[in-house]
Design a protein around this ligand. Structure first.
Ligand code: MG
Length: 163
């Protein structure tokens, strides 16, 4: 048996004229995250934390934004693909903890639904998926609401010590 941890981080610009997708759900807001996919930086951070624990290449290399196949793709689909990779490697996800840094909108009311949607794809209970929303206290580009960033930390258990 082997326990491996992975770390993920992502940031996307917040712009007019895009729907806001975060944690796999659509959140009503005047702006959305710019990106080749739906721009869901929370899911992208989670994906990179899983890939990190798996010892695989990162999201940008596996799902390149130069590939038209990923244009407008929902990040939940990318997450599902990475969960399949983990299962093929016989990895069992133990826990994920995340932080979303957004000055606006106020995310707390949406966290239970994010946990529900992401937890279902990840096959983990709500208690094993941490989502914490913070502001950046008005500091810098994040604090001015120009972008939303997210961090994620995953712990995966592998039955084979050579994994
Ligand atoms: Mg991204």
């Amino acid at each position: 048996m082997k326990i491996k941890a992975g770390l993920g981080y992502d940031i996307h610009r917040l712009v007019e004229g895009r729907p806001l997708y975060l944690g796999g759900i659509n959140i009503p807001y005047t702006k959305g995250l710019l990106g080749h996919s739906d721009g869901d930086c929370l899911i992208h951070a989670v994906v990179d934390s899983l890939l990190g624990a798996l010892g695989e290449k990162d999201i940008g290399q596996l799902f390149p934004d130069t590939d038209p196949a990923y244009r407008g793709k929902r990040s939940t689909e990318i997450l599902s693909e990475v969960v399949e990779r983990m299962k093929k490697r016989k990895g069992r996800l133990q826990h994920i903890d995340t932080i979303v840094i957004a000055e606006e909108p106020h995310l707390a009311p949406f966290i239970p639904k994010m946990k529900d949607v992401m937890g279902r794809i990840l096959s983990i209970a709500a208690a094993d998926l941490g989502i914490k929303a913070k502001t950046n206290e008005g500091i810098g580009a994040l604090g001015q609401g120009k972008a939303i960033a997210a961090l994620a930390h995953a712990i995966i258990l592998f039955p084979d010590s050579r994994s």
